[in-house]
Design a protein around this ligand. Structure first.
Ligand code: NAD
Length: 443
């Protein structure tokens, strides 16, 4: 099949590469000229395990190309995927300007039947807006062409995106058109062989499913963080509580890890957008709003713990920070807890020495050169002369530490473990003070 994909970000590139890999012919289009030039030069502008290989293999086979030429892209595919960003607007709603711009472009250039597949995360009712936008463009051109719009939300996780796309739990398509169903079955057929995971439903249900899924996951995180905060004050260890509740199959172990709050490009904006949708229809969603409030508070936890460790005297201190990305296996720092911490530390007059296996360049791009930020090339270089070590991201490379050696290196014996990676007893046995998340009187 010939497939066009608007947007060469995380979702667009992974979708394009995976669909090309099963034999489709894919044309990816992006408005960012530099990004397209880099892709054409064989460079992948984001870090995602396996993506570079998959793209270069399929480029060599002539199954995936990159362009900025929107007119050519619209003419190319029967399927026109929209995979552009839907950032938060000032009021928390999803900003649809990029999605509707693509709809306009498709309407301005299409000359035959097209199926517009919305893969961006968009509020309920967006498919109708896309439909109206395309129809208005066609009307301007005096054309009456047939087209369909369907919703195909994406559930991949950054860091495991190819695996998720290829072996995900479900492929959701919101449509009531038999013609669209047939085309989407053909498109995803190779990924639907082992078991039938295609779920066809109404377009509004498909749009809401994506928000419900992300809100549920964010709720699990805020829930366990709330329990962690109680555990801290009650002298309990949330890690023991986590084991205790996870063993109940109705609860399960997944996604109940306490930490320093969720970040990334999706949970924060999607939870806000769902809360906004609820307000708009006159149903203030109390639970969703609470999930967001708990998370905002949690992102301040590491700073509070450092204040506690240093009696609020952080000016002039140097803090070693391991982990900048919002989670392991990505270089993405959007809404990362590390950012909240660094910004609070700078405000308090402290310096940061940070290390991340992948996100150092992204951090430099975000904050530029500044006197109170050193980006270390190696994990242990970030410790030199530091007064405390803080863990923000649970990269595998941080799991094993020589604690007696760490005690020797740090100017003050303080470890703030924002991901509960270490055993408090082991850290304390090395003469270090341990501050975890929800671990009772662990200091
Ligand atoms: P991204 O910011 O990484 O990429 C978006 C790309 O779209 C950019 O390269 C941008 O230049 C391009 N673009 C903007 N306007 C365009 C236009 N008119 N024509 C062509 N290209 C255009 O975004 P992303 O992380 O890939 O997310 C895309 C959508 O998928 C969002 O709605 C997001 O919520 C959703 N989503 C993201 C993830 C994720 O993990 N990143 C997972 C599931 C769903």
């Amino acid at each position: 099949m010939r497939i066009t994909i608007f947007g060469s970000g995380y979702v667009g590139l992974v979708t394009g590469a995976c669909l090309a890999d099963v034999g489709h012919e894919v044309l990816c289009v992006d408005v960012d000229e530099r990004k397209v030039a880099r892709l054409n030069a064989g460079e992948v502008p984001i870090y995602e395990p396996g993506l570079e290989n998959l793209i270069s293999k399929n480029m060599a086979a002539g199954r995936i190309r990159f362009t900025t030429d929107a007119a050519e892209a619209v003419k190319y595919g029967l399927l026109q995927f929209i995979a552009v960003g839907t950032p938060s607007d000032e009021d928390g709603s999803a900003d649809l300007k990029y999605v509707l711009k693509v709809a306009e472009t498709i309407g301005a250039h299409m000359n035959d039947y097209k199926i517009i597949v919305d893969k961006s995360t968009v509020p309920v009712g967006t498919a109708s807006k896309v439909e109206r936008t395309v129809a208005a463009e066609l009307e301007k051109r005096g054309l009456d062409l047939e087209f369909d719009v369907c919703s195909n939300p994406e559930f991949l996780k950054e860091g495991a995106a190819i695996e998720d796309f290829s072996r995900g739990s479900r492929i959701i398509v919101g449509t009531d058109s038999e013609r669209v169903k047939k085309a989407m079955l053909e498109c995803y057929g190779p990924y639907n062989r082992q078991r039938d995971k295609m779920m066809f439903m109404g377009v509004r249900s498909a749009e809401l499913t994506k928000y419900a899924a992300n809100a549920m996951l964010a709720t699990k995180i805020s829930f366990i963080n709330e329990i962690a905060n109680l555990a801290e004050r009650l002298g309990a260890d949330v890690e023991e509580v986590r084991h205790g509740i996870g063993s109940d199959p109705r609860i399960g172990y997944s996604f109940i890890y306490p930490g320093c709050g969720y970040g990334g490009s999706c949970f924060p904006k999607d939870v806000k957008a769902l809360a906004h949708t609820a307000e708009e229809i006159g149903h203030p969603a109390e639970m969703i709003k609470a999930v967001e409030r708990v998370n905002a508070r949690q992102k301040n936890k590491l700073f509070e713990k450092l204040c506690q460790a240093f009696d609020g005297q952080l000016a002039g201190k140097t803090i070693a920070l391991w982990g900048l990305a919002f989670k392991p296996n990505t270089d993405d720092m959007r809404e990362a807890p590390s950012r909240a911490l660094m910004e609070a530390l700078w405000e308090a007059g402290a310096r940061v020495q940070a290390f991340d296996p992948e996100a150092t360049e992204e951090c430099r791009r975000l904050y530029g050169e500044r006197d109170d930020l050193v980006l270390a090339d190696r994990r242990d270089d970030a410790l030199e002369g530091a007064h405390a070590l803080v863990i923000c991201t649970e990269w595998k490379a941080f799991r094993t530490i020589d604690f007696p050696q760490l005690r020797e290196t740090l100017a003050e014996p303080v470890v703030v473990d924002g991901r509960n990676l270490y055993s408090p007893d082991t850290v304390k046995a090395a003469g270090l003070a341990y501050y975890g998340i929800g671990r009772g009187d662990s200091v």
